[in-house]
Design a protein around this ligand. Structure first.
Ligand code: NAI
Ligand code: MG
Length: 333
């Protein structure tokens, strides 16, 4: 029995999580899903975006499914929903964020360092009217995520593009040194280095040239949205955040989309494809491939939400995907 902790969060988070859980329920997989308070909702209820009970439940689960957190009402507030997300990533030490992007001719995987760098630097602060954020990386932090990227490349096209800004940043020069130093352990994988500004350009002009893109936290945040934009849109992009042990976090790449929340317009594909990543990680590849096939089939010929030019609702898309799964995986196991 697989145990999934679901953290729907804010905005369209609960809408897409419901859809994803519905699809999970349509599969012949023995799983229980338990929902927990997180993000803005948890701030209202507990004053804490990551209540102790929620963190404990995540640690005890096999995987965490997450919607999204953050709402305009918390802009400038002392306690913000995003702090809960950053803390959860740190607590579970999910240092490798995997973001696949697929489209005709394009099949790339961004491996983003997730618990270091600028977003985790010794707390941002203000002094004398100026603001400071610190970017810091240790060799160990770079090595573990780089090894993950090399290993993942072995199961793909054996090509890693490591993205940095080594012509300007000291952290990037260390990044390049450490990654280059590991290349000898993976002689079967081709390694290339690319500066981040060029990587942004190349992702727009010719994303088919990439296999695995390895990069640090901030660059990866931006580049993965660029990749999502040039490969089917934010609504269909999924991600997995993994550590060495313990549960991974599986979530769509998009945010809470306050502009469309509560209207049934949210595309559930990103959340549903995150379930496929979750099943892959928990040793259920057949179920994962079935979900990918069902999502592709429905988005190509069936129900589509408005972001993809259709008129279907979130629920209608989830329903069609579930029905198509019931046909492709009829047996129970
Ligand atoms: P966003 O991803 O929420 O929305 C950007 C645009 O894409 C909006 O026009 C939205 O309607 C559209 N969009 C996003 N997801 C969609 C979906 N599934 N279906 C159809 N359209 C979709 O990014 P934005 O507006 O920058 O941020 C809104 C809030 O979300 C902020 O509070 C931000 O901090 C938070 N956020 C949270 C994330 C997380 O929990 N991992 C990630 C990114 C943003
Ligand atoms: Mg982002």
């Amino acid at each position: 029995m697989l145990r999934v902790a679901s953290l729907p969060g804010d905005g369209i988070g609960p809408e897409v999580c419901d859809a994803a859980v519905r699809v999970l329920g349509a599969l012949p997989v023995d799983v229980t899903v338990e929902e927990h308070s997180f993000g803005g909702r948890a701030i209202h209820e507990d004053g804490d975006p990551l209540p102790a009970e929620t963190l404990a439940a995540c640690r005890a689960a096999d995987a965490v499914l997450l919607g999204a957190v953050g709402l305009p009402e918390f802009d400038g507030a002392p306690v913000r929903p995003e702090q809960g997300l950053i803390r959860l990533r740190g607590e579970l030490d999910v240092y490798a964020n995997l973001r696949p992007a697929k489209r005709d001719g394009v099949d790339l995987l961004i491996v983003r360092e997730l618990v270091g760098g600028l977003y985790f630097g010794a707390s941002g602060r203000r002094a004398d009217g100026s603001a400071f954020d610190t970017c810091e990386y240790s060799p160990h932090e770079i090595e573990r995520v780089a090894r993950r990227a090399f290993e993942l490349a072995r199961g793909r096209n054996a090509f890693v593009t490591s993205v940095d800004k080594a012509n300007v940043l000291e952290t990037s020069r260390l990044w390049r040194e450490v990654v280059s130093g590991l290349a000898g352990d993976y002689p079967d994988v081709r390694l290339e280095h690319m500066l981040v500004d060029n990587a942004g350009l190349q992702l727009v002009l010719d994303p088919a040239q990439f296999d695995v893109i390895l990069t640090e936290n901030t660059f990866g945040d931006i580049l993965s949205d660029v990749a999502a934009g040039s490969c089917g849109g934010l609504g269909v992009a999924a991600s997995a955040s993994l550590g060495d042990r313990g549960p991974g976090i599986f979530e769509p790449v998009h945010g809470t989309a306050p502009d469309i929340a509560g209207q049934g317009k949210a595309n559930p594909a990103g959340a549903i494809l995150s379930i496929a990543l979750l099943l892959d990680e928990l040793g259920q590849p057949a179920a994962a491939r079935a979900i990918e096939g069902a999502v592709t089939g429905v988005l190509d010929d069936g129900a589509r939400t408005p972001d993809l030019g259709g008129t279907a609702t979130t629920d209608e898309v989830a329903e069609e995907i579930s029905e198509s799964l019931a046909i492709s995986m009829p047996t129970t196991s």
